[in-house]
Design a protein around this ligand. Structure first.
Ligand code: GA4
Length: 320
Protein backbone atom coordinates (compact mmCIF):
# COMPACT_ATOMS: atom_id res chain seq x y z
CA UNK A 1 0.00 0.00 0.00
CA UNK A 2 1.43 3.37 -1.02
CA UNK A 3 0.91 6.09 1.55
CA UNK A 4 1.56 9.80 1.15
CA UNK A 5 1.71 12.50 3.76
CA UNK A 6 -1.44 14.61 3.83
CA UNK A 7 -1.37 17.95 2.02
CA UNK A 8 -4.58 18.57 0.14
CA UNK A 9 -6.00 21.86 -0.99
CA UNK A 10 -8.79 22.28 -3.52
CA UNK A 11 -7.82 23.81 -6.85
CA UNK A 12 -10.22 26.48 -8.05
CA UNK A 13 -8.38 27.08 -11.33
CA UNK A 14 -9.72 24.12 -13.35
CA UNK A 15 -10.69 25.65 -16.73
CA UNK A 16 -14.46 25.61 -17.19
CA UNK A 17 -15.83 24.96 -20.66
CA UNK A 18 -19.49 25.70 -21.30
CA UNK A 19 -20.34 23.80 -24.48
CA UNK A 20 -23.46 25.94 -25.03
CA UNK A 21 -21.34 29.09 -25.43
CA UNK A 22 -19.90 30.05 -28.82
CA UNK A 23 -16.55 31.28 -27.40
CA UNK A 24 -15.54 27.84 -26.03
CA UNK A 25 -13.13 26.96 -28.84
CA UNK A 26 -10.26 29.22 -27.81
CA UNK A 27 -10.77 28.43 -24.14
CA UNK A 28 -10.45 24.69 -24.83
CA UNK A 29 -7.23 25.20 -26.79
CA UNK A 30 -5.81 27.28 -23.94
CA UNK A 31 -6.85 24.67 -21.34
CA UNK A 32 -5.17 21.89 -23.33
CA UNK A 33 -1.97 23.94 -23.62
CA UNK A 34 -1.83 25.03 -20.00
CA UNK A 35 -3.22 22.05 -18.09
CA UNK A 36 -4.18 19.26 -20.50
CA UNK A 37 -7.32 19.20 -18.40
CA UNK A 38 -10.67 20.97 -18.14
CA UNK A 39 -14.24 20.65 -16.91
CA UNK A 40 -17.22 20.56 -19.25
CA UNK A 41 -20.72 21.82 -18.43
CA UNK A 42 -23.86 21.95 -20.62
CA UNK A 43 -22.68 18.76 -22.26
CA UNK A 44 -26.06 17.34 -23.38
CA UNK A 45 -25.31 13.85 -22.02
CA UNK A 46 -28.72 12.79 -20.63
CA UNK A 47 -28.76 12.44 -16.84
CA UNK A 48 -30.90 9.34 -17.31
CA UNK A 49 -27.99 7.47 -18.96
CA UNK A 50 -25.56 8.56 -16.26
CA UNK A 51 -27.90 7.42 -13.46
CA UNK A 52 -28.72 4.11 -15.14
CA UNK A 53 -25.05 3.24 -15.53
CA UNK A 54 -24.22 4.43 -12.04
CA UNK A 55 -26.90 2.20 -10.52
CA UNK A 56 -25.70 -0.84 -12.54
CA UNK A 57 -22.16 -0.14 -11.31
CA UNK A 58 -23.29 0.18 -7.68
CA UNK A 59 -25.18 -3.13 -8.01
CA UNK A 60 -22.04 -4.76 -9.37
CA UNK A 61 -19.60 -3.39 -6.80
CA UNK A 62 -21.89 -4.18 -3.87
CA UNK A 63 -21.98 -7.88 -4.86
CA UNK A 64 -19.94 -10.23 -2.66
CA UNK A 65 -16.26 -10.42 -3.64
CA UNK A 66 -16.37 -14.09 -4.77
CA UNK A 67 -19.16 -13.10 -7.19
CA UNK A 68 -17.22 -10.13 -8.56
CA UNK A 69 -14.11 -12.25 -8.99
CA UNK A 70 -16.08 -14.42 -11.41
CA UNK A 71 -15.96 -11.45 -13.81
CA UNK A 72 -12.18 -11.24 -13.49
CA UNK A 73 -9.34 -11.00 -14.04
CA UNK A 74 -9.09 -7.87 -16.20
CA UNK A 75 -6.95 -9.59 -18.84
CA UNK A 76 -7.31 -7.08 -20.41
CA UNK A 77 -11.09 -6.82 -19.88
CA UNK A 78 -13.24 -7.72 -16.87
CA UNK A 79 -13.10 -7.12 -13.12
CA UNK A 80 -9.86 -6.11 -11.40
CA UNK A 81 -9.12 -5.61 -7.73
CA UNK A 82 -6.16 -3.58 -6.40
CA UNK A 83 -3.81 -4.71 -9.18
CA UNK A 84 -3.38 -2.17 -11.96
CA UNK A 85 -1.74 -3.19 -15.24
CA UNK A 86 0.82 -5.97 -15.45
CA UNK A 87 3.84 -4.47 -13.75
CA UNK A 88 2.87 -4.82 -10.10
CA UNK A 89 1.12 -1.48 -9.51
CA UNK A 90 -1.29 -1.68 -6.61
CA UNK A 91 -4.03 0.78 -5.66
CA UNK A 92 -6.92 1.00 -3.21
CA UNK A 93 -9.38 0.43 -6.06
CA UNK A 94 -11.55 -2.16 -7.74
CA UNK A 95 -12.68 -1.70 -11.32
CA UNK A 96 -14.33 -2.96 -14.47
CA UNK A 97 -12.63 -2.52 -17.83
CA UNK A 98 -14.51 -3.16 -21.09
CA UNK A 99 -14.01 -2.47 -24.78
CA UNK A 100 -16.44 0.01 -26.36
CA UNK A 101 -16.54 -2.09 -29.52
CA UNK A 102 -20.16 -3.06 -30.29
CA UNK A 103 -19.10 -6.71 -30.61
CA UNK A 104 -17.59 -6.83 -27.12
CA UNK A 105 -18.87 -9.86 -25.22
CA UNK A 106 -20.26 -9.32 -21.71
CA UNK A 107 -20.41 -13.06 -20.91
CA UNK A 108 -17.83 -12.63 -18.12
CA UNK A 109 -20.56 -10.83 -16.16
CA UNK A 110 -23.13 -13.59 -16.73
CA UNK A 111 -22.09 -15.69 -13.73
CA UNK A 112 -22.96 -12.96 -11.23
CA UNK A 113 -26.36 -13.99 -9.93
CA UNK A 114 -27.74 -10.53 -9.07
CA UNK A 115 -26.82 -9.00 -12.44
CA UNK A 116 -28.04 -9.21 -15.97
CA UNK A 117 -25.13 -8.75 -18.42
CA UNK A 118 -27.58 -7.46 -21.01
CA UNK A 119 -28.52 -4.56 -18.69
CA UNK A 120 -24.85 -3.69 -18.16
CA UNK A 121 -24.18 -3.83 -21.90
CA UNK A 122 -27.16 -1.57 -22.66
CA UNK A 123 -26.24 0.92 -19.91
CA UNK A 124 -22.59 1.12 -21.07
CA UNK A 125 -23.56 1.44 -24.75
CA UNK A 126 -26.11 4.23 -24.16
CA UNK A 127 -23.69 6.15 -21.96
CA UNK A 128 -20.62 5.67 -24.15
CA UNK A 129 -22.47 6.67 -27.34
CA UNK A 130 -23.37 10.04 -25.78
CA UNK A 131 -19.98 10.65 -24.14
CA UNK A 132 -18.19 9.75 -27.37
CA UNK A 133 -20.37 12.31 -29.20
CA UNK A 134 -19.35 14.95 -26.67
CA UNK A 135 -15.66 13.96 -26.91
CA UNK A 136 -15.87 14.30 -30.71
CA UNK A 137 -17.45 17.75 -30.41
CA UNK A 138 -14.58 18.81 -28.15
CA UNK A 139 -11.98 17.31 -30.52
CA UNK A 140 -13.54 19.09 -33.50
CA UNK A 141 -13.45 22.41 -31.67
CA UNK A 142 -9.79 21.73 -30.87
CA UNK A 143 -8.97 21.02 -34.52
CA UNK A 144 -10.72 24.22 -35.56
CA UNK A 145 -8.99 26.18 -32.78
CA UNK A 146 -5.64 24.87 -34.03
CA UNK A 147 -6.62 25.99 -37.55
CA UNK A 148 -6.36 22.47 -38.90
CA UNK A 149 -8.01 22.20 -42.27
CA UNK A 150 -9.67 18.86 -41.55
CA UNK A 151 -12.08 19.44 -38.65
CA UNK A 152 -12.51 15.73 -37.93
CA UNK A 153 -8.79 14.93 -37.94
CA UNK A 154 -8.96 13.73 -34.30
CA UNK A 155 -12.64 12.82 -33.95
CA UNK A 156 -12.62 10.45 -36.95
CA UNK A 157 -10.21 8.21 -35.02
CA UNK A 158 -12.76 7.76 -32.21
CA UNK A 159 -15.62 7.28 -34.68
CA UNK A 160 -13.78 4.65 -36.74
CA UNK A 161 -15.49 1.27 -36.34
CA UNK A 162 -12.08 -0.18 -35.49
CA UNK A 163 -11.34 2.49 -32.86
CA UNK A 164 -9.54 0.94 -29.90
CA UNK A 165 -11.44 2.80 -27.18
CA UNK A 166 -12.03 1.43 -23.69
CA UNK A 167 -14.37 2.17 -20.83
CA UNK A 168 -13.58 1.84 -17.15
CA UNK A 169 -15.55 2.13 -13.91
CA UNK A 170 -13.43 2.60 -10.79
CA UNK A 171 -14.73 2.05 -7.28
CA UNK A 172 -12.65 3.43 -4.42
CA UNK A 173 -14.02 2.21 -1.10
CA UNK A 174 -13.49 4.64 1.78
CA UNK A 175 -10.22 3.92 3.51
CA UNK A 176 -11.14 5.06 7.03
CA UNK A 177 -9.37 2.35 9.00
CA UNK A 178 -5.96 2.78 7.41
CA UNK A 179 -6.25 6.53 7.18
CA UNK A 180 -7.42 7.11 10.74
CA UNK A 181 -4.65 4.90 11.95
CA UNK A 182 -1.77 6.87 10.46
CA UNK A 183 -3.21 10.22 9.35
CA UNK A 184 -1.94 9.81 5.81
CA UNK A 185 -3.35 9.66 2.29
CA UNK A 186 -3.90 6.31 0.63
CA UNK A 187 -3.28 6.05 -3.09
CA UNK A 188 -6.36 4.81 -4.96
CA UNK A 189 -4.82 5.03 -8.46
CA UNK A 190 -1.18 6.02 -8.74
CA UNK A 191 0.11 8.91 -10.83
CA UNK A 192 0.07 8.36 -14.59
CA UNK A 193 -0.86 9.83 -17.93
CA UNK A 194 -3.46 8.21 -20.21
CA UNK A 195 -1.96 6.75 -23.40
CA UNK A 196 -5.03 7.37 -25.65
CA UNK A 197 -6.17 10.56 -27.43
CA UNK A 198 -8.70 11.85 -24.93
CA UNK A 199 -10.29 10.70 -21.66
CA UNK A 200 -13.68 11.80 -20.35
CA UNK A 201 -14.38 11.25 -16.67
CA UNK A 202 -17.52 11.53 -14.58
CA UNK A 203 -17.55 10.76 -10.87
CA UNK A 204 -19.95 10.89 -7.96
CA UNK A 205 -19.60 13.75 -5.49
CA UNK A 206 -16.56 12.29 -3.69
CA UNK A 207 -13.20 14.02 -3.97
CA UNK A 208 -9.98 12.16 -4.77
CA UNK A 209 -8.85 13.15 -8.27
CA UNK A 210 -5.68 15.24 -8.38
CA UNK A 211 -3.79 16.73 -11.30
CA UNK A 212 -0.14 17.70 -11.43
CA UNK A 213 0.47 21.35 -12.30
CA UNK A 214 3.50 22.57 -14.25
CA UNK A 215 5.07 23.90 -11.06
CA UNK A 216 5.06 20.38 -9.61
CA UNK A 217 2.14 20.81 -7.19
CA UNK A 218 -0.56 18.16 -6.92
CA UNK A 219 -3.96 19.87 -6.84
CA UNK A 220 -7.24 18.30 -5.78
CA UNK A 221 -10.03 18.69 -8.30
CA UNK A 222 -13.34 19.62 -6.62
CA UNK A 223 -15.78 16.82 -7.53
CA UNK A 224 -18.88 17.65 -9.56
CA UNK A 225 -21.30 14.87 -10.42
CA UNK A 226 -23.11 16.95 -13.03
CA UNK A 227 -20.05 17.76 -15.13
CA UNK A 228 -17.40 15.90 -17.07
CA UNK A 229 -13.63 16.23 -16.72
CA UNK A 230 -11.55 15.90 -19.86
CA UNK A 231 -7.86 14.89 -20.09
CA UNK A 232 -5.48 15.21 -22.99
CA UNK A 233 -3.90 11.78 -23.62
CA UNK A 234 -0.35 10.97 -24.78
CA UNK A 235 -1.46 10.39 -28.39
CA UNK A 236 -2.99 13.87 -28.62
CA UNK A 237 0.20 15.33 -27.16
CA UNK A 238 2.15 13.64 -29.98
CA UNK A 239 -0.31 14.62 -32.73
CA UNK A 240 -0.08 18.26 -31.62
CA UNK A 241 3.74 17.95 -31.47
CA UNK A 242 3.74 18.68 -27.76
CA UNK A 243 1.51 21.76 -27.94
CA UNK A 244 -1.14 20.04 -25.83
CA UNK A 245 -0.01 18.39 -22.61
CA UNK A 246 -0.99 14.92 -21.51
CA UNK A 247 -1.79 15.61 -17.87
CA UNK A 248 -0.38 13.57 -15.02
CA UNK A 249 -3.12 12.64 -12.58
CA UNK A 250 -3.83 10.30 -9.68
CA UNK A 251 -6.60 9.44 -7.25
CA UNK A 252 -6.39 9.46 -3.47
CA UNK A 253 -8.87 7.29 -1.61
CA UNK A 254 -11.31 9.22 0.53
CA UNK A 255 -11.33 8.40 4.23
CA UNK A 256 -15.09 8.89 4.64
CA UNK A 257 -16.97 8.33 1.39
CA UNK A 258 -16.54 5.88 -1.45
CA UNK A 259 -15.81 7.26 -4.90
CA UNK A 260 -17.22 5.93 -8.15
CA UNK A 261 -15.82 7.19 -11.44
CA UNK A 262 -16.54 6.25 -15.04
CA UNK A 263 -13.99 7.01 -17.72
CA UNK A 264 -14.23 6.78 -21.47
CA UNK A 265 -10.77 6.52 -23.09
CA UNK A 266 -11.03 7.50 -26.75
CA UNK A 267 -8.32 5.74 -28.74
CA UNK A 268 -7.49 5.34 -32.45
CA UNK A 269 -7.62 2.07 -34.46
CA UNK A 270 -4.63 -0.17 -33.66
CA UNK A 271 -3.13 0.29 -37.14
CA UNK A 272 -3.31 4.11 -36.99
CA UNK A 273 0.00 5.96 -37.32
CA UNK A 274 0.47 8.48 -34.54
CA UNK A 275 2.71 11.41 -35.48
CA UNK A 276 2.64 15.21 -35.29
CA UNK A 277 0.23 16.73 -37.81
CA UNK A 278 2.23 18.47 -40.58
CA UNK A 279 0.43 21.79 -40.11
CA UNK A 280 1.53 21.88 -36.46
CA UNK A 281 5.24 21.53 -37.25
CA UNK A 282 7.40 24.54 -37.93
CA UNK A 283 9.56 22.75 -40.49
CA UNK A 284 9.96 19.18 -41.71
CA UNK A 285 12.53 18.31 -39.08
CA UNK A 286 10.78 19.92 -36.17
CA UNK A 287 8.85 16.82 -35.10
CA UNK A 288 9.57 16.05 -31.45
CA UNK A 289 8.46 12.43 -31.85
CA UNK A 290 9.20 9.38 -33.94
CA UNK A 291 6.20 7.99 -35.78
CA UNK A 292 4.57 4.91 -34.28
CA UNK A 293 1.33 3.02 -34.64
CA UNK A 294 -1.17 3.01 -31.80
CA UNK A 295 -0.59 -0.78 -31.57
CA UNK A 296 3.17 -0.22 -31.01
CA UNK A 297 2.60 2.53 -28.48
CA UNK A 298 -0.07 0.62 -26.58
CA UNK A 299 2.10 -2.48 -26.47
CA UNK A 300 5.04 -0.60 -25.02
CA UNK A 301 2.85 1.51 -22.70
CA UNK A 302 1.24 -1.57 -21.19
CA UNK A 303 4.71 -2.89 -20.34
CA UNK A 304 5.54 0.18 -18.26
CA UNK A 305 4.90 0.95 -14.61
CA UNK A 306 2.03 3.36 -14.00
CA UNK A 307 4.26 6.33 -13.10
CA UNK A 308 6.79 5.83 -15.92
CA UNK A 309 7.19 8.45 -18.62
CA UNK A 310 5.97 6.37 -21.56
CA UNK A 311 6.43 9.02 -24.21
CA UNK A 312 10.17 9.12 -23.71
CA UNK A 313 10.42 6.00 -25.90
CA UNK A 314 9.20 8.06 -28.81
CA UNK A 315 10.87 11.38 -28.13
CA UNK A 316 13.42 12.19 -30.81
CA UNK A 317 15.85 14.12 -28.64
CA UNK A 318 15.81 11.62 -25.77
CA UNK A 319 16.45 8.77 -28.21
CA UNK A 320 19.40 10.32 -30.07
C1 GA4 B 1 -4.22 4.30 -17.86
C2 GA4 B 1 -5.51 4.64 -18.59
C3 GA4 B 1 -6.52 3.48 -18.61
O1 GA4 B 1 -7.10 3.32 -17.32
C4 GA4 B 1 -5.83 2.15 -19.01
C5 GA4 B 1 -4.77 1.86 -17.96
C6 GA4 B 1 -3.97 0.55 -18.08
C7 GA4 B 1 -4.54 -0.55 -17.18
O2 GA4 B 1 -5.12 -0.27 -16.14
O3 GA4 B 1 -4.33 -1.72 -17.55
C8 GA4 B 1 -2.50 0.90 -17.74
C9 GA4 B 1 -2.47 2.46 -17.64
C10 GA4 B 1 -3.74 2.91 -18.30
C11 GA4 B 1 -1.22 3.09 -18.32
C12 GA4 B 1 0.06 2.22 -18.30
C13 GA4 B 1 -0.18 0.73 -18.17
C14 GA4 B 1 -1.53 0.39 -18.79
C15 GA4 B 1 -1.92 0.30 -16.47
C16 GA4 B 1 -0.45 0.40 -16.73
C17 GA4 B 1 0.49 0.27 -15.80
C18 GA4 B 1 -6.85 1.05 -19.23
C19 GA4 B 1 -4.93 2.41 -20.19
O4 GA4 B 1 -5.22 2.27 -21.36
O5 GA4 B 1 -3.69 2.82 -19.76
Amino acid sequence: MVILSKATSFFNGVPLIDLSKPDSMNLIVKACEEFGFFKVVNHDVPMEFISKLESEAIKFFSSPLPEKLKAGPADPFGYGNKQIGKKGDIGWVEYILVSTNSEFNYQKFASISSLNPENIRAAVNDYVTEVQKMACEVLEMLAEGLKIHQRNVFSKLLMDEKSDSVFRVNHYASCSEIDEFNGNNVIGFGEHTDPQIISVLRSNNTSGLQILLKDGDWMSVPPDENSFFVNVGDSLQVMTNGRFKSVKHRVLANSVKSRLSMIYFGGPPLSEKIAPLPSLMEGEDSSLYKEFTWFEYKKSAYKTRLADNRLILFEKIAAS
